[in-house]
Structure formats: C-alpha cells, structure tokens
Design a binder for this molecule. Sequence first.
Ligand SMILES: NC(=O)c1ccc[n+]([C@@H]2O[C@H](COP(=O)([O-])OP(=O)(O)OC[C@H]3O[C@@H](n4cnc5c(N)ncnc54)[C@H](OP(=O)(O)O)[C@@H]3O)[C@@H](O)[C@H]2O)c1
Length: 281
Amino acid sequence: MTRWLITGGAGMVGTDVRDELLDRNETVIAPGKDDLDITDEQTVRSAVRDAKPAVIVNCAAYTRVDDAETNEHLANAINGSAVEFLARAANDAGALLVQISTDFVFDGSKRAPYEVNDRIGPLSAYGRSKLLGEVAATHAKEHLIVRTAWLFGTHGPNFVEAIRNQVRKGTSPLRVVNDQRGRPTYTPHLANALIRLSLNPAARGIVHYADEGECTWFDLAKAIVEESGASTEVVPVTTAEFPRPAKRPAYSVLSTERYERITGVKPESWRAGLHEYIHAR
Ligand SMILES: NC(=O)c1ccc[n+]([C@@H]2O[C@H](COP(=O)([O-])OP(=O)(O)OC[C@H]3O[C@@H](n4cnc5c(N)ncnc54)[C@H](OP(=O)(O)O)[C@@H]3O)[C@@H](O)[C@H]2O)c1
C-alpha cells in the first residue's frame, strides 16, 4: 500500500486518479482547490506534512488555455511557482512528485511523433507556464513529469462534451479544424498510466502518455457524432478560419515509445475510450 496525495482532486484528471486509487484500496487524500490551494506555500507544506504521502500527484492547474493569454501571471503562479512549493514539500517528505504536463510545450513544427527529449518551444502563455512547471518539478529529488494531450473524461468540460452539446442542440453542420493533429486521451486511461508509472522506479524524468491513434479535431468530431448515433454533418475547416487567442501547435503527436519501453504495455485506444465515455456519461 502506498500513501497518495492528489492535488486538484476535484478536477477532471484528479477525480479519475483518486477513483482509480480508491478502487485499488490505496490510501488517498485528494483535496480540491478550496481545501488545498497549491499557490499558498504554507498550506502546501502543512498538507504534505499531515498526509505523509509517498507520492504526490499534482493534478491542480490553470487549464484555460485562451484566458491564459491575458492572465499569464496567474497561470505562471499556479502552473509554475506552485510546483516549486510542491517540489520542496516532496523533498521534505521524501516523496515522489508527479507533475502532469502537456503537448503544448512543443511548437508543432515536427511531422513525426515528439520524443521526450525533443526541442521544446511553447507557442502560448499556457504552454510557457506548463514549461515553468516542468522545470520546477525537476527540483524534487524524485520526480516524474508525464506529458499528455487532448484529454476527455467525465469529470470536466472537454472537446467531446462540447461536440455532444452541439449535436444535442441540433447544430448542423459542425465546422471543426482539420489542420491540428494529436492523440486524444481518455482520462481513466491516463489515470492508470500515471499510477503504473508512479509505482515503477524506472519511470522517472519525462515520460509521454497519450492514447493509441492520432487524428485531427475534425476526425475526432466525426467519431463523436458516429459514436453518438447522430447524423450531424461535420465540415473540415482550417485554424486560420477559426482564430483563437492562444496559438496551438499544428502537430503535437506525442511518441509514447519511452512509456512502452519502461512499462512493457501499449497505450489504450482513444476510440475505445470514446465508446466508454459516451456510454458512461
Ligand atoms: N485538459 C487537457 O486537454 C490537458 C492536456 C494536456 C495536459 N493537461 C494537464 O492535465 C492536468 C489536469 O488537467 P484537467 O484537464 O484535469 O484540468 P481541470 O479539470 O481544470 O483540473 C484542474 C484542477 O485544478 C484546480 N486548481 C486551479 N487552481 C488551483 C490552485 N491554486 N490550487 C489547487 N487547485 C487548483 C482547478 O480548480 P478550478 O476549476 O476551481 O479552478 C481544477 O479542479 C493539468 O496539469 C493540465 O495542464 C490537460
């Protein structure tokens, strides 16, 4: 049995990690933001001292990618400086710090899957703040940084739910960008991967986890419509036709080669995750 402290315990990933650990009869403390604000160093210190965790999984984050462009200071405080507090507290407790990071640390100019040591170059304030978090996490003596991408899960707003809402409203056609490629990832699959990696001493430093299969947002939207049994028309458009405040990488397919080598396990499929999601939510 391992003692776990999950920060951001009420978020989309935090809830799935907590639930998966509880299913395995692990000892878990998973406070939400109201009970553990990670930007308050004293609170972090005393929470870690009280919980005495062997593993801290940081699921807390500022995740509003477009808003971060005008709130970079706050994004940096939550995604960057607060991780420094967690790293110090992890060192005091002799705990492993697991930091969740993102494909948005890459600039998307590559056309082959991004390996863990590939050159980083975030295009957005959110990406830069997450990169600060990666650097801060390395200040924990024992640390694991798991980059993941394109998450969908039942405990938070996400692209799959946004498309389903449009389908329910009867919007047709749906115009969806077809020039950004990535690997959609179902959060219960990520939760399993995070636990598997945390418990494996060979899995330290940076590891990528994303579900199997790459596609564009347009492909994903088509799959959502199909899986929902709807007849909504989906039309491909370009990113240029739908400008957003934050720039996104055009190509952010993560290579999971290191994950597969360390664990001996292949990532699960996003298509299977989508099927489960649509029938669970
Ligand atoms: N979603 C994606 O597609 C995606 C892709 C790649 C990586 N990630 C990473 O995955 C991790 C989990 O994200 P998620 O999708 O689960 O996001 P989420 O649902 O927004 O969860 C983040 C949680 O952190 C909480 N939080 C915010 N500020 C906090 C603070 N100061 N102290 C403690 N908690 C705080 C949020 O509370 P409030 O909502 O009340 O602010 C929220 O409950 C993040 O590190 C994110 O960067 C996400």
